[in-house]
Design a protein around this ligand. Structure first.
Ligand SMILES: NC(=O)C1=CN([C@@H]2O[C@H](COP(=O)(O)OP(=O)(O)OC[C@H]3O[C@@H](n4cnc5c(N)ncnc54)[C@H](OP(=O)(O)O)[C@@H]3O)[C@@H](O)[C@H]2O)C=CC1
Ligand SMILES: N[C@@H](CC=O)C(=O)O
Ligand code: NA
Length: 816
């Protein structure tokens, strides 16, 4: 037996891509007690495969084959001095001539066998290993080993197996009379029992590394690749993915199997058998610690070690009353799959035994369905089994880690995160090893699912995609508030507020995060024509798990899009009252859609701006309180106007000022007509459970009749003509020590009344300043003698935007 003496290195194709990389490989090595397994130089195997296919198909291959030979010659000439190149150039020249001969034959026959394929594809490793041998031999005693001389493999049920006894004996025999400091071995290739060259399958060089580590009883196996190690998730899909420092063999196997392409799954077993630790390291960054894989199982503080996925999965569902309680149903289905040589990746069966589903590679779906239909024909015809179906648009997402074992809550978190990201789970499986929880989901959701689950387990900043529509008074103030608080929200709440777009009625900008820099300048200078479809498409791109539209317009048209937003899984936040106060059927539809789609709809600022009115009312209702009456002043603009008129100011001046200060609706007649008040009362009444509509309310319209249908500009210009009536009303009230106020009430029966009243200065409704609103809630718990009162500024950009912002933070707390 060979002593535990050597370190086995395995260098992948990218680590020997060109002459410079060979130089770096030499720097990584210590020069002694090393077995070095190499892949072909980057791209060589695929190129040989492609050219052989070209030869078969009658296409050109000669030029590219010559280029491949040239690229190897260049590496040799760069690495070796003149007097050391001759032999190697001759060997390689001879190999390429042989390949050309084979290709000529292949093109004449129009076909090639697996033996020919193995023979041709095995050349790449021979060239890279011989080049490395010659290069290392310039300074150490380096030997070259063609693995086919000692490594014997065979296939069982399509799986490559190693004849360990024969290989170890051959190795011992081979090295009886040989000594070396460094031994360079070809990866990927082996010998058939009959002594013919064969390959170990796609990316088989990792496997070769592990096999030679076991044959040499190595101290350690170091797999050199072009990434830092095994990541918590595929770094191309998850921005914050990071390198895992330690894994147990079993964890590594789960991750490798499920697509962590840095490591071939078959690499684990040989190393595990002999308790040889594996390092995955980056030959481009050798100082980085990489990933260490051993017997030791360490729990991660995150609950899991990594997330991985397999795409292109078909979910086959076999369902029928005749399966329940019948032993052998599952066995038959597996047998059918085995006969077709189809590997079953995941299975799930409900304890009712009424249905069984299996996940297989998509490319086998048609074959599987045909085989199941044929073999289960009797059961199908007699109705014991309903039709066998396949859904071919699936992917499997798996959370992996020994830390799940015996730790409650990991599965809960996994599924909860997927649910919150609106991802439908088709099937689930967790082995009793508790090391892997797998969910079958729609393939299109895989990126979103990876991001959401990664952010959730690794406590990374959770991104939320925000689309702001209506950067007017409220919208602009909101964007400034978000920009100012963004860093602290990130630090405290771990939420990354990603402003993906801003849109007005005419223009929009789409960005990765429009808060990077000055959003306003960016909007003014770079906006393009508004297009809601493109805006939404962009909002939902990049697979950010959650998206929200913040509607800061006063547009009724836009409110009609809410249903479609919910149907796309987008959350909505708004101070716009149109949806909640408009058509009752539509209101019911959007409320139902938001529930059905698992989307959140938040609209605190629709009533009394930033004052906590909606959330308070919702809490009262949710906790079983019964609203008796709600009354008060809900218009900031009208409150401001009557407060100013009480000081003797001129009506039209005050209206203009209220508009300039951002208190009024875009069209101030919405406030003066009482429509805005009526809308807020409808919102409150519906929230309290009443089926009311705007048309049920009789309002007092303060807009002079002559100015009701002209433009806003004409209205403002001509308003002074009508100052008299309303100023007289205010003056009269003042003379009586009273104040005019525009108040509303939701009565016990849900009826809504709105009235312009003159009330004593001591009355609560009269004791309002500036834009103050007041709402008095009488409920079963807050009775008439001690009602609940909410009072404070009810209009203005800052306070309203703060209410919308609070909704945004509330939303993120619901989502994450
Ligand atoms: N002002 C306040 O104190 C309060 C306001 N609200 C509500 O907030 C909302 C916004 O009010 P406010 O900011 O004062 O109004 P502004 O008129 O200042 O802003 C409205 C914004 O919406 C944009 N807009 C209008 N229609 C559309 C559309 N169809 N598509 C895209 N963008 C559109 C406008 O863009 P463009 O320039 O292209 O017209 C403008 O940027 C209203 O619903 C209001 O009722 C709620 C509580 C208090
Ligand atoms: N224009 C409104 C703004 C809040 O909804 C008001 O004045 O109250
Ligand atoms: Na509010």
């Amino acid at each position: 037996m060979i002593k535990r003496y050597y370190t086995v290195h395995k260098f992948g194709g990218s680590s020997v891509a060109n002459a410079e990389r060979f130089v770096e490989v030499k720097k990584i090595l210590t020069g002694t007690k090393e077995v070095i397994v190499v892949s072909a130089t980057k791209g060589t195997t695929s190129k040989l495969q492609l050219l052989m296919d070209n030869a078969r198909d009658g296409l050109a291959w000669q030029e590219e084959l010559a280029a491949l030979e040239k690229s190897h010659q260049i590496i040799i000439e760069s690495l070796l001095p003149d007097n050391k190149r001759g032999d190697l150039l001759q060997v390689i020249g001879h190999d390429f001539a042989t390949i050309a001969n084979v290709f000529n034959t292949v093109s004449q026959i129009g076909n090639y066998s697996t033996d020919i394929q193995d023979f041709i594809l095995g050349y790449g490793e021979q060239w890279s290993a011989q080049i490395l041998t010659a290069y290392l031999a310039l300074s150490t005693n380096t030997l070259y080993l063609d693995a086919t001389k000692v490594l014997y493999s065979y296939k069982k049920d399509g799986v490559v197996c190693i004849d360990w006894e024969r290989s170890e004996a051959a190795l011992i025999n081979y090295f009886q009379d040989k000594k070396f400091d460094q031994l360079v071995v070809t990866g990927f290739i082996a010998s058939t029992p009959e002594g013919k060259r064969t390959t170990l399958g796609r990316n088989g060089s990792d496997f070769s590394g592990a096999i030679f580590a076991k044959l040499f009883h190595a101290i350690e196996l170091i797999i050199w690749t072009d990434v830092d190690g095994i990541y918590t998730a595929h770094p191309a899909k998850v921005k914050n993915a990071f390198c895992i420092d330690t894994l147990s063999y079993k964890e590594a196997l789960e991750l490798a199997y499920f697509g962590a392409s840095v490591l071939h799954p078959m690499t684990i077993a040989p190393a595990q058998d002999d308790n040889i630790p594996i390092y995955i390291k980056d030959s481009y960054n050798p100082a980085a610690p990489g990933t260490y894989i051993s017997h030791t199982s360490t729990k991660s503080e995150h609950g899991i070690k990594g997330l991985t996925y397999v795409d292109d999965i078909a979910l086959i569902n076999i369902e029928g009353a005749g399966m329940a309680g019948v032993s052998g149903s599952a066995a038959r289905i597996f047998q059918i799959m085995q006969q077709c040589n189809i590997s079953v990746i995941l299975i799930s069966q409900a304890s009712s035994e009424h249905s069984l589903c299996i996940a297989i590679a998509n490319k086998f779906a048609a074959k599987a369905i045909e085989a199941l239909n044929t073999n289960l024909q009797f059961e199908i015809e007699t109705g014991q089994i309903n039709k066998v179906t396949a859904d071919t648009t699936c992917a499997i997402l798996a959370a992996v880690g020994d830390g799940m074992i015996g730790s409650p809550g990991v599965a809960g978190k996994f599924f909860d995160t997927l649910a919150k990201a609106n991802i439908n789970i088709r099937a689930i499986a967790q082995g009793s090893s508790e090391r892997n929880i797998s969910a079958v989901i729609d393939s299109k959701d895989i990126n979103k699912a990876l991001q959401a689950a990664h952010a959730s387990f690794y406590l990374a900043d959770q991104p939320i995609a925000i689309g702001l529509i209506g950067p007017g008074g409220i919208g602009a103030a909101l964007l400034n508030q978000i920009a100012a608080a963004r860093d602290s929200v990130k630090a405290k709440n771990k939420v990354d507020l990603c402003l993906r777009g801003i849109m007005s009625s005419k223009k929009m900008i789409l960005a990765e995060n429009a808060l990077d820099g000055d959003w306003k300048t960016n909007f003014e200078e770079n906006a393009t024509e508004a297009d809601l479809d493109k805006f939404i498409e962009h909002l939902l791109s990049d697979d950010i798990p959650h998206a929200v539209i913040i509607d800061c317009t006063a547009s009724n048209e836009l409110s009609k899009q809410y249903l479609s937003f919910f149907n796309k899984g987008i959350n909505i936040i708004t101070p716009n009252k149109h949806a909640n106060a408009g058509d009752l059927d539509y209101y019911r539809q959007i409320m139902a859609a938001s529930h059905k789609k698992g989307c959140h709809y938040l609209y605190e600022a629709t009533v009394c701006a930033g004052l906590p009115v909606i959330s308070t009312l919702q809490d009262l209702v949710k906790t079983g309180d019964e609203v008796v009456t709600i009354e008060g002043v809900v218009s900031g603009t009208l409150s401001f106007i009557f407060n100013e008129l009480g000081k003797g100011r001129i009506f039209s001046d005050v209206v203009r000022e209220a508009r300039e200060l951002g208190y009024t609706e875009p069209d101030p007649r919405e406030d003066l007509s009482g429509q805005d008040v009526a809308r807020k009362l409808v919102c409150l009444a519906r929230e309290s459970g009443y089926s009311v509509s705007l048309s049920d309310i009789q309002v007092t319209n303060l807009v002079p009749e002559a100015l009701r249908s002209c433009s806003i500009d004409e209205f403002l210009t001509r308003l002074p003509e009508f100052d008299g009536t309303i100023m007289e009303m205010a003056a009269k009230a003042k003379a009586n020590n009273e104040k005019v106020c525009y108040a509303g009430k939701i009565h016990e029966d849900g009826k809504i009344t709105v009235a312009i009243q003159s009330v004593a200065e001591s009355h609560p409704l009269a004791r309002l300043n500036g834009t103050d609103n007041i709402l008095i809630f009488q409920t079963s718990r807050y009775n008439s003698s001690r009602p609940m009162v909410i009072q404070g500024p009810g209009a203005g950009a800052e306070v309203t935007a703060a209410g919308v912002f609070a909704d945004l933070l509330r939303l993120t707390s619901y989502l994450y």
